[in-house]
Write a protein that binds this ligand. Structure first.
Ligand code: MN
Length: 595
């Protein structure tokens, strides 16, 4: 689309003002005369927003809608619907999540800069820099300009923008969710491609942000596009489960009685799994019929200790299945998910899964980082700041990753990997599964990693390449400052090249590479450099179909170029202080001239 960069405020562009009338007054007039009827296009959006944030003024939503509608007018989705239905639906998803007005405004406008003549500058003038930052964060780089790198560059840009304001990611997720819902009209190939990309990057991002509410639907819609037959098989199974509701009602009723006897105030309800989760367990367990256990959730109306009281009551009522109890309260998942999980041998000897959590844990589990916007006065903000720790780490590599493809690779790797928790220096540290003491050392700090010498796991000295296990207690020994200051001539030992062969975390890998880039090839002696410099010249000569019978011409050239000896010239070639091709051209010149 053509972009009219010279234009000022968009209102002038979107709705040409009457002569002598300021654009703003014209717009205000149109808004005031706009009836707040149920059939107004943003009516549903405003209602969803005010259902959660009662006091908000919907005027700015109407204004954003008017601009977006004007800008996208004449554009249509592949389904044939007017384009505006898409940003409106994205804003609706954000509203139902409980996001603030600023997010909804940005959601309504999220495709204007990318797909219409509305400029970022005009957007900033009309709606302020916060909205402009959010829209810019989700605006794709032009494929025509960036070519193949466009996708990776776009994700990198989005992550950087999210580092300043996490709402960028929430809009992006809502955008993708609506696009995935409406993928039906696309070709099978493009449905699969988009579903796969969603599964690779956006679903794990959603999981890290802790927004289970969005993730469930994303999961299911990915399954629908990747495995349509499996999706319908599981959906059929869930639709007709004879006696299922009555069974769960009985489990819920008995649980309520047991909790009341133990004086635990709690809500108890069936908690059905989503289709993707049933499918995943079915495949993982190699089951022929969908594997789906009845499940209930207990939300206690009290502190975390009440969760353990509730657990005791449930375990007294029904025998727990050994090995199925998990305490995610004492040690939360990497996205800070907290709950108690157990399985019990329920009525009629059927296994029943039970989730137990507090109301606050439930809000965090459902809404993750979005909880701060949905429940602005609730506590837990500190925990959610921690939830974004991984984002900060991702941004750290961003500074180290030279190209966007490498960055995207690291991001995928970090998001996809199964994780373990180990204990070091009295802290719980999350690492990718298969991580080694070196990964841990870099997690403790770049300097700890660079100076890492040895490690002890559960009290035993182990090789640095040993794989850590869940729950290991690890001590890292590093070269101390006194040791290295004893002899100032000796540079810190630094990481070993072989570490690159076993480290698991992209963070450690990037830090080791950075060290080698900064310390130009430590371990390469002068004689190696001479040998490699000579080989480099040999190679360059061959590209000119020439060779060297003796060192004599090189010796002469080094004199002519002012080097004290041939070795110094060869080292200079290796260090790229002088370009090999330049040397070779002069060499050929010299030889051809003297003959
Ligand atoms: Mn969009």
């Amino acid at each position: 689309m053509d972009v009219d960069a010279g234009r000022g405020g968009a209102l002038g562009g979107a709705l040409p003002a009457q002569p002598g009338e300021l654009p703003l007054t014209r717009r205000l007039r149109s808004l005031l005369s706009w009836p707040a009827a149920d059939n107004e296009p943003v009516g549903q959006l405003v209602r969803a927003h005010r259902a959660i944030h009662a006091g908000t003024d919907p005027a700015v939503l109407r204004r954003a809608y008017t601009i977006a509608e004007n800008m996208h007018r004449g554009q249509f989705r592949k389904s044939g619907e007017p384009y505006i239905t898409h940003p409106l639906a994205v804003a609706q998803i954000c509203a139902e999540l409980g996001m603030d007005t600023t997010t909804l405004v940005a959601a309504l406008l999220h495709d204007t800069v990318e797909d219409t003549r509305y400029t970022l500058q005009a957007l900033a003038e009309d709606f302020g820099h916060e909205v402009a930052h959010l829209v810019d964060g989700v605006t794709k780089f032009d494929k025509a300009f960036y070519g193949k790198a466009a996708e990776a560059e776009t994700i990198r840009k989005m992550i950087i923008a999210a580092g300043k304001d996490v709402r960028v990611l929430i809009i992006k997720l809502a955008d993708r969710l609506h696009n995935m819902r409406t993928l039906g009209v696309r070709s099978a190939a493009s449905r699969e491609r988009i579903a796969r990309k969603t599964q690779e990057v956006l679903v794990p991002l959603c999981d890290r942000l802790g927004i289970q509410n969005l993730k469930r639907e994303l999961d299911d819609v990915v399954l629908l596009h990747l495995e349509p037959e499996e999706h319908s098989r599981i959906a059929r199974h869930v639709h007709d489960r004879p006696g299922w509701d009555a069974y769960l009602a009985d489990v819920v009723a008995q649980t309520k009685v047991a909790l009341r006897r133990s004086r635990v105030d709690a809500e108890v309800a069936p908690r059905p799994r989503h289709l993707y989760s049933i499918w995943k367990d079915t495949v993982a367990g190699g089951h022929t019929v969908p594997y789906d256990l009845p499940r209930i959730m207990v939300v206690v109306d009290g502190p975390a200790t009440d969760c353990y009281a509730a657990l005791g009551a449930v375990h007294c009522l029904w025998r727990p299945v050994p090995g199925r109890f998990k305490d995610f309260i004492a040690s939360p998942k990497n996205n800070l998910y907290r709950s108690l999980h157990t399985s019990v041998c329920g009525p009629k000897n059927r296994t029943v899964e039970v989730l137990i959590r507090t109301a606050e844990m439930h809000r965090s589990a459902e809404y993750g980082v979005a909880a701060d916007f949905r429940f602005p006065r609730s506590n837990g903000a500190a925990a959610r700041a921690e939830q974004l720790d991984w984002l900060r780490r991702v941004l750290d590599w961003e500074q180290d990753a030279a190209d966007p493809a490498q960055f995207l690779q690291s991001l995928r790797c970090d998001l996809a990997e199964a994780q373990i928790q180990v204990v070091a220096e009295g802290r719980q540290i999350v690492l990718p599964a298969g991580a080694t003491p070196v990964d841990l050392a870099y997690e403790l700090g770049t300097d700890r990693g660079d100076r890492c010498l040895a490690a002890r796991i559960n009290g035993r000295l182990v090789p640095l390449s040993s794989e850590l296990d869940e729950g290991d207690v690890v001590e890292i020994f590093t070269e101390t400052d006194e040791e290295s200051s004893l002899d100032a001539e000796v540079a810190p030992r630094g990481p070993r090249r072989e570490w690159l062969g076993f480290v698991k975390s992209p963070h450690a890998q990037m830090q080791i590479n950075r060290w080698f880039a900064e310390h130009s090839e430590p371990g390469i002696s002068i004689s190696d450099k001479v040998r490699l410099g000579r080989a480099t010249i040999g190679l360059a000569l061959r590209q000119h179909n020439r060779g060297l019978a003796s060192d004599l011409p090189l010796l002469r050239l080094s004199e002519e170029l002012g080097y004290p000896d041939l070795e110094t010239l060869l080292v200079a070639v290796f260090d790229r202080a002088i370009e090999p091709d330049a040397v070779v051209r002069q060499l050929i010149d010299l030889v051809d001239h003297r003959q």
